[in-house]
Design a protein around this ligand. Structure first.
Ligand SMILES: Cc1cc2nc3c(=O)[nH]c(=O)nc-3n(C[C@H](O)[C@H](O)[C@H](O)COP(=O)(O)O)c2cc1C
Length: 363
């Protein structure tokens, strides 16, 4: 048995059954807790022993930074930036932490995450539970100081629930100004998250995207200049709902003009028809297998726009329902320059990352 298989047997026979006996949020906390304890006890070599393989090194420039490989862990998995060193040891090419909001907030009442093994899906309505930007910056600073992190680190920025919609940019700038000094110049990125369905009014910002992004970039550049730092590349994540081809065209045009470095497609869906098809009734964003087709459809349209003559091409990051090598290839074929995983990891474990990298190495 090789090391990856050993890791997978441990995952399937020990960790996943243990985690699946807990409710979804407790299982997630236990997973992060386990990774944090491994880091704290100086046991990252165990993860490296199980998961470091030559094909983890398949670097590529995505959104103006050098990813170690083209498979990242999506936002929401390490919400507070606590487990970056462990996720790096598992071999991800990029680790997107957050979404972080400027001031700590609890998020919505529990229960707020639901796991559906039969349809390999999750519904969450966390509502940006966050330790706040200062605590996350401390977590990242500690991690960078004591580990050599090979993966790109991205910070997903959000807004506090009680900040009025017309002052949303303030929150993105506040959070940015706190995390910017700890990011590694030229190596990391930030993401603007206006696509979560669980903060009322957030997705409506897409209706005034031009003004929002113009103000964000202006103030972000000023903030970086005041700190004597360069503004890192800015990624934008889009929702799969409410948008059609012409809306995508507008988003791509505005993003290209204002300097967005990459588009992530997509966040979770609130599509009632898809939920009904799978007999799911909880309020919140649906991720995993039932999202796959819709998210790939969005990606395909973005890719078509990218090919238009004279168009400013934007790097595309595909996510939504990737739980197999086939699903990963589907995103690549639909135009993804890189992908991110979340729900697939919950059902498949870290072997999913390695199966995908192994497959892409052969291409
Ligand atoms: C429990 C949970 C929490 C999430 N939290 C965030 C978040 O804080 N910020 C964000 O941009 N996306 C968040 N997402 C969305 C994922 O990053 C991803 O876009 C979505 O789940 C689709 O990918 P998947 O089907 O592989 O999970 C979350 C997803 C889940 C399942």
């Amino acid at each position: 048995m090789d090391r990856l298989q050993l890791g997978n047997v441990l995952w399937q026979r020990v960790f996943q059954p243990h985690l699946f006996r807990k409710d979804a949020e407790a299982a997630h906390q236990a997973t992060i807790g386990m990774l944090v304890r491994l880091q704290g006890a100086g046991l990252l070599s165990v993860l490296r022993f199980l998961y470091q393989s030559p094909y983890v090194e398949q670097p590529g420039y995505i959104g103006r930074v050098r990813w170690r490989n083209r498979v990242g862990v999506a936002a929401g998995f390490d919400k507070h930036g606590e487990a970056v060193a462990a996720l790096d040891a598992i071999g991800f090419g990029a680790i997107e932490v957050g979404t972080v909001v400027p001031r700590p907030q609890f998020g919505n009442e529990r229960p707020r995450v639901f796991r559906y093994p039969d349809c390999r899906a999750i519904i969450n309505r966390y509502g940006f539970n966050s330790v706040g930007a200062h605590a996350m910056a401390e977590n990242l600073a500690r991690c960078f100081a004591s580990n050599r992190i090979r993966a790109v680190v991205g910070v997903s920025l959000g807004k506090n629930k009680d900040t009025p919609d017309n002052r949303a940019v303030d929150d993105y700038i506040d959070a940015l100004s706190v995390v910017l000094p700890v990011l590694r110049p030229g190596r990391d990125y930030v993401k603007v998250n206006i696509s979560s369905p669980n903060t009322p009014g957030l997705r409506d910002i897409f209706q005034r995207l031009d003004a929002f992004l113009a103000e964000f970039f202006k103030r972000a550049s000023d903030t970086a200049a005041k700190l004597g730092l360069a503004l890192p590349p800015v990624y934008l994540k889009i929702p799969p709902d409410m948008l059609n081809y012409s809306a995508f065209e507008r988003i791509m045009a505005v993003s290209g003009n204002l300097g967005v470095a990459a588009i992530e497609a997509t966040n979770t869906t609130v599509d009632a028809t898809i939920k009904r098809q799978h007999g799911l009734t909880e309020v919140g964003g649906l991720s995993g297998a039932p999202l796959r087709e819709l998210a790939t459809k969005c990606l395909t349209q973005l890719n078509q726009i990218n090919q238009l003559p004279g168009w400013h091409r934007l790097d595309l990051i595909g996510l939504g329902g990737i739980d197999s090598v086939d699903a990963a290839s589907e995103k690549r074929n639909a135009g993804a320059d890189a992908i991110q995983l979340y729900t697939g990891l919950i059902f498949e474990g870290p072997i999913l990352l390695h199966n995908i990298l192994d497959d892409w190495r052969r291409e």
